[in-house]
Design a protein around this ligand. Structure first.
Ligand code: PA5
Length: 445
């Protein structure tokens, strides 16, 4: 696919035998995803999703976004994990890096986030920012019962109702949740909020191309149809097994490296706009593969920034890592290094060059050094940063994740381990229904 190119030549030779060995498993994995015959197949609604989002749904999302854009200077997206990371990844990648420092402009609200932590200062500072302001809320929770977004929603709903009045607040709140169950569904129906449904067969970390991601992205002013088009084209490009299927190739090479001792994958970017894309990717791969005592540990770095902090470890630390580099071919703008007659800083040799030419040489120099230092390098080149390319990239990583999880031999679509801390937290907070657990945990303290 032209928008996204995968290059594994500096990675595959680190695990040639393992790469050849997992070919049949990859074919089997693709068949399972297509036919719904693998583990967790009740959660593979995302596989065909980009081609199945009805035009009416896209229209309705755009209309809701327009309403929020017209009536709000700030829109707070409340959600955690898969219920906010996809939107934040796309919005950060496509927006001006300093957007939040400009004053709100008409019909162009700032998108803020809440319910992704339980920070008291964070909450208080957000409340302070929103004091007296025109704001709206998109509250997102598939289960409708997650504690972090529930607390944030209770706090901000209260503030909105006080500031705008209960009736007006109803038009400024949109809930995205399950069709039938969960406290958020009950509340949304009772209060009369506009709602969107998260399909049953799409798990949180695979839900960015549902209203979960599409509504906040549309509110931020980005074209969600183009995002879906990119994903749909990637769906076509990764439908069948074979050497041209880049999702299959990526899944195979990372499993081959894992089986040859490379236990940590660093998603590397050379563009700060991709920072949150890496956060989304970490959840996607971490929750999908980290189970049954197995799984590549997904980590990330922002370069060149992190070359000045993590570069030493990557170059010479334990040889258990490999890198997957996201490289954007063309920046959207041009800034050249100016000539300076005095040349006191000694960088006149760069004068006239675009900043990105320097960045690309940093990337190339780093790759050569890291590969020579024993770090395999997978490269994913993006034509540019736009909705279409990001849609394609999202689907590429989702598809590769499904294939990779099946090659690894786990159910990539569950997350049983996420519940353990919640049980302890509820027991410690003495949530009704957790009396026995409360007694047990208190005995351990
Ligand atoms: O991917 C997942 O399942 C999780 O990260 C969830 O997205 C996260 O826990 C939020 O859950 P919910 O949308 O039910 O509030």
């Amino acid at each position: 696919m032209k928008a996204i190119q995968l290059n594994i030549q500096d990675a595959v030779y680190f695990a040639e035998k393992q790469f050849e060995a997992n070919k049949d498993q990859a074919v089997e994995a693709i068949t399972k995803l297509e036919n719904g015959t693998g583990a967790g197949s009740d959660f593979i609604g995302w596989v065909k999703l980009p081609k199945e989002v009805p035009a009416e749904l896209v229209d309705r999302i755009n209309k809701t976004a327009e309403r929020l854009r017209e009536n709000c200077d700030y829109v707070v997206c409340i959600g955690i994990g898969g219920s906010y990371l996809g939107a934040k990844a796309v919005i950060t990648a496509l927006s001006d890096s300093f957007a939040d420092y400009y004053a709100p402009a008409p019909k162009s609200p700032k998108v803020l986030y809440a319910g992704q932590n339980i920070g008291e200062e964070y909450t208080a500072e957000l409340q302070k920012l929103l004091e007296g302001k025109k704001f709206g809320i998109i509250v997102i929770s598939k289960s409708g019962t997650t504690t972090e977004p529930a607390i944030a929603f209770r706090v901000l709903k209260d503030q909105l109702e006080k500031q705008a009045g209960k009736d007006a607040a109803k038009n400024l709140i949109v809930a995205i949740t399950d069709a039938n169950k969960g406290a958020l569904r009950t509340m949304a129906d009772k209060e009369g909020y506009e709602t969107y449904v998260i399909p049953d067969n799409v798990g949180g970390r695979f839900s960015v191309l549902t209203p979960v991601g599409l509504l906040p992205i549309a509110v931020a002013g980005h074209d969600i149809q183009k995002l879906l088009n990119g994903a749909a084209d990637m769906l076509e490009a990764t439908l069948h097994p074979g050497p041209d299927n880049i999702a299959e190739t990526y899944a195979r090479v990372r499993n081959a490296l894992y089986n040859n001792g490379k236990k940590i994958e660093l998603l590397v970017n050379y563009n700060p706009k991709l920072h949150y894309f890496a956060e989304w990717w970490k959840q996607l791969y971490g929750e999908s593969e980290g189970k049954e005592g197995k799984g590549i540990f997904p980590a990330s770095v922002d370069n060149t920034t992190d070359l000045h902090s993590m570069g030493q470890w990557i170059q010479e630390g334990e040889r258990t890592i490999f890198e997957t580099v996201l490289s954007v071919k063309k920046p959207a703008v041009s800034v050249r290094v100016p000539e300076n007659a005095e040349n006191l800083d000694g960088i006149n040799y760069l004068a006239g060059k675009n900043i990105d030419e320097v960045n690309k040489m940093a990337e190339l120099g780093t790759k050569i050094a890291h590969v020579e230092g024993g770090v395999p390098n997978i490269r994913i080149e993006l034509d540019k940063l736009d909705e279409y390319t990001l849609g394609a990239l999202i689907y590429f990583f989702e598809k590769a994740c499904g294939i990779s999880g099946y090659i690894l031999g786990v159910n990539p679509f569950n997350q049983p381990g996420v519940e353990a801390y919640k049980k302890n937290m509820f027991a410690l907070l003495e949530k009704p229904g957790y009396e026995k657990e409360t007694e047990a945990i208190k005995a351990k303290l």
